[in-house]
Ligand binder design. Structure first.
Ligand code: PEP
Ligand code: MG
Length: 573
């Protein structure tokens, strides 16, 4: 029996056999061949091209939508491009490289040239070229893209997990819990697990190397503990806690209809963070007053909706339709980049979290951005849709987004397609620069939502997904709290409502601070709503304001945490 303690990333408890997933990095062999070996490399190259071509032709035949057909046609054209093939062959014949390395090297050069052109169309093509590059290299090295397929109930154990891997996982109903060596509480894999109600513990260091495939594992995502080959006492304790937690959740769900307010009657709107269609059902069940954050990028990653707008439009429309009568749905435009990538797009940046992400990416890929705005506008016909822009760091970015939105509206007007002309527009505050100019940003929008997952990481310079420094990732740091206070005051000064949609919104322990800071709304995973609502009903706003006044003058997060704990334990400050 071994016990591990790490980061409680998604609450809940589960027990099952370990399914250990190991990443098999595609290492491209890199060597020189003798002149006599050139012919063999060239012929392997041709074979690889023809087998990828065969695969694409098969996909093209099966394709139903026009966009899917267009995608495979483009890929076929690329495979028939004599210049690409010639460049690779030159690399083999003249530089005497092995075929797989020649594909890498020649294609990287083409990508470099295309990137420097700055042409929108060319940039879009890079993704297709890289996709084909991977496919051909995969053929040559015998590696296929890894895929997790579950056919019985398991606890998934891995060193790390990409959001795309989790989204593509087959047999999700068998996924009972997740244990990862790496990651943080606000990594997107943790956010997804929490949203789906799958217990997760992350930052387990070398757990994936220690646990054996098929070993009995208990995961306590509420307390951040994992037991491998648990003894009878641990199993009994787990069973008791699991049943208690289930009963508690069932009790909270029964009270879902009660409106969220403090004991002294102050209303705070509790909304849901949703990543997919299923989340909408959970939000309604939990009694949320709308969806405060719909992370649209996960749909694009899962369904390739980028290629087929009708998939995306259908889902947005369905989501808005099913939320009618349950509040507004806030569609956040694509937050691609950072740790979330579309198929075929890989992180070539040294600092992706500071890089080509969210609106920075979308403002470069305007066609994609415009098409998403059109989809959101079309869904707004239900009258309950809002749009929100992530990772705004300058006023110009927000202005550009708003101008594009206006263009999209005109486009729909010209085509006489109905939409809500009064659809509310919001900006996220996730970057310190945006927080500092939030007075100016607030003037341009109908609402503001603070993405504390990112704001905390950027204010404190602590990567939100890095378990080694997770002790430094502290939302209760006075620097963060002072900035939050500034944003609330700036927004209220302009008469604009402001909420939080980062994970702290669903952390009942942080609630006194959020109430005291004066937030109008909190958006959180549906599972957290019941607990937050109950805690809210037991506090009075003046007490929370007093607490905030006290902590704002402090200079240490440890001292803030201690005072917050006293408050939460009932020993008021
Ligand atoms: C945030 O940063 O707080 C947020 C809600 O966005 P995401 O977690 O998707 O980055
Ligand atoms: Mg964010």
């Amino acid at each position: 029996m071994t016990e591990f303690e790490a980061i409680a990333a998604a609450e809940g408890r589960a027990r099952g056999k370990a399914f250990v997933f190991r990443h098999d990095e595609m290492v491209v062999p890199h060597f020189h061949v003798e002149k006599g070996g050139v012919e063999k490399e060239v012929s392997s190259l041709h074979e690889a091209f023809s087998s990828v071509r065969k695969y694409c032709a098969g996909q093209l035949e099966k394709a139903v939508s026009d966009s899917e057909k267009a995608l495979y046609s483009v890929q076929m054209l690329m495979l028939d491009d004599p210049e690409w093939l010639a460049a690779i062959e030159r690399c083999i014949k003249e530089d005497l490289y092995n075929a797989a390395w020649a594909v890498e090297s020649a294609t990287d050069e083409i990508v470099r040239v295309l990137s420097s052109v700055g042409d929108e169309y060319m940039k879009e093509r890079i993704i297709d070229i890289v996709d084909m590059q991977k496919a051909v290299t995969g053929e040559l090295t015998g590696k296929v893209r890894q895929h997790i397929r579950l056919s019985r109930d398991v606890v998934l154990v891995a060193d790390h997990l990409l959001t795309s891997e989790l989204l593509a996982l087959e047999g999700i109903q068998h996924l009972k819990a997740i244990c990862l060596d790496m990651g943080g509480k606000t990594s997107h894999v943790s956010i997804l697990a929490k949203g789906w109600g799958i217990p997760a513990v992350v930052g387990l260091k070398d757990f994936s190397l220690l646990v054996k495939e098929g070993e009995d594992v208990i995961v306590d995502g509420t307390e951040g503990r994992v037991y491998a080959s648990p003894n009878r006492k641990q199993i009994a304790l787990y069973e008791r806690k699991r049943l208690e937690e289930e009963a508690e959740n069932a009790r909270l769900i029964k009270e879902a209809g009660i409106l969220a307010r403090t004991a002294d009657g102050v209303r705070i709107v509790l909304q849901a963070n949703v990543e997919d269609r299923a989340g909408v059902g959970d939000a309604i069940k939990a009694g949320c007053e709308g969806v405060g954050l719909f992370r649209t990028e996960f749909l694009e990653m899962k369904y390739g909706a980028t290629e087929d707008f009708s998939v995306r439009e259908g889902i947005y429309d369905e989501v808005a339709g099913s939320m009618e009568g349950h509040g507004k749905v806030t569609f956040r435009t694509l937050d691609i980049g950072g740790d979330k990538f579309l198929d075929g797009m890989s992180s070539q940046e040294d600092n992706p979290l500071l890089g080509w992400r969210a609106v920075r990416f979308c403002l470069d890929r305007r066609e994609l951005f415009r098409s998403q705005m059109l989809s959101i506008l079309k869904a707004s016909r239900h009258g309950n849709v809002r749009i929100m822009f992530p990772m705004i760091s300058t006023i110009e970015e927000l202005e550009e987004c708003l101008a594009l939105l206006d263009e999209a509206k005109h486009c729909l007007e010209d085509r006489r397609i109905p939409f809500d002309r009064n659809m509310e527009v919001g900006t996220m505050i996730e970057v310190p620069s945006a927080a500092l100019i939030s007075d100016a940003l607030a003037e341009k929008v109908d609402f503001v939502s603070i993405g504390t997952n990112d704001l905390v990481q950027y204010v404190l310079a602590v990567d939100r997904g890095n378990e080694r420094i997770s002790h430094l990732y502290r939302a209760e740091h006075p620097a963060v709290l002072r900035l939050l206070k500034m944003v609330v005051d700036n927004c209220h000064g302009k008469g604009v409502p402001v909420g939080v949609c980062g994970q702290i919104a669903g952390d009942a322990g942080m609630l006194p601070l959020l109430v005291g800071l004066g937030f109008d709304s909190l958006s959180m995973p549906p599972l957290s709503v019941g607990r937050v609502k109950e805690r809210l009903s037991r506090m009075v706003k003046p007490d929370c304001e007093k607490l905030v006044n006290n902590v704002l003058s402090m200079n240490s997060h440890e001292k803030v945490a201690a005072m917050l704990k006293e408050f939460n334990d009932g020993r008021k400050t």
